[in-house]
Design a protein around this ligand. Sequence first.
Ligand SMILES: [Zn+2]
Ligand SMILES: [Zn+2]
Ligand SMILES: [Zn+2]
Ligand SMILES: [Zn+2]
Length: 291
Amino acid sequence: MDLIPDDYEGGVAIWGASHPAASKRRSDPAPIVQIRSNCGLHVHARRAGEERKSIDKSFDSLDVVRADERRTLTYEQVWSYRAAHDAGIPQETKRCRECGDSTAFDDLLSQRVRRKCRKCSGMLDGDPIAFANPVVSLQAEFALGTTRSCVLAPGRIEIAPDTFPGGFDIWGTSPAVLWTASRPEESGAHVHGYDSDGRSRLVDQTFGVLVVNGQTISNEALRLWQDQTGFNGVLRPFLRTVRCPRCHRALLDKGWKAFIPHREFQCRCGFLFFESHATISNPICDWACSL
Ligand SMILES: [Zn+2]
Ligand SMILES: [Zn+2]
Ligand SMILES: [Zn+2]
Ligand SMILES: [Zn+2]
């Protein structure tokens, strides 16, 4: 599919599409434990002055086109961008000093930063410790003149066992790889709450504060959980909620540790301990995996 952002003055947004980070559906048994498949790229696009979206759909691959420039986006690039962004891992679009190619991509999970061009073996420019990802420069190239801002969604939602008769789905939000609208992007937890038919949505909104069964769910932990359960599910076997043996706090792995299974853990209370198996800890796991 070719997407021409200039055709949509009401704004274009692109995200890595994914299954919900947490799901409790009457008809659909706990999709969180299933291995995830490639979920594609989700696009919203609005024509000038229109409230309704002209495009609200997921695609396997996408070409973003502007004048004579064409950029092909893949699920791997978009997901890697999102995860690195959320974990604060440096990344940039790198250009080959010999042939000018700017499609170099280091998959976050490979933990390897490539120095040479895949096409001609020339040296890549840029920060040698930053991961190469062609989607990083997308905003600068295709959203000229838009100042991008991200705000915490204003609402708050409390979900109790009887709030939604048909269950609910929850996604952790993360900035879009491309956002061309003038309004700010909202962050928080995106919630679909279903009526008793299991399909009609009673709620379809992003909330700044999410409380489930009396427990406030941290946006940071939810966002990382969404990232960790992406990547086609390869990290799923390593995800657990690890608790500090001394103070019993549930640990949230950040930065590299959010994506690389490890045995050594250090709690904020200062206690250092080892797990018997390589693990990634996120407090969301205890909650989301028991729904
Ligand atoms: Zn949509
Ligand atoms: Zn090259
Ligand atoms: Zn929605
Ligand atoms: Zn502790």
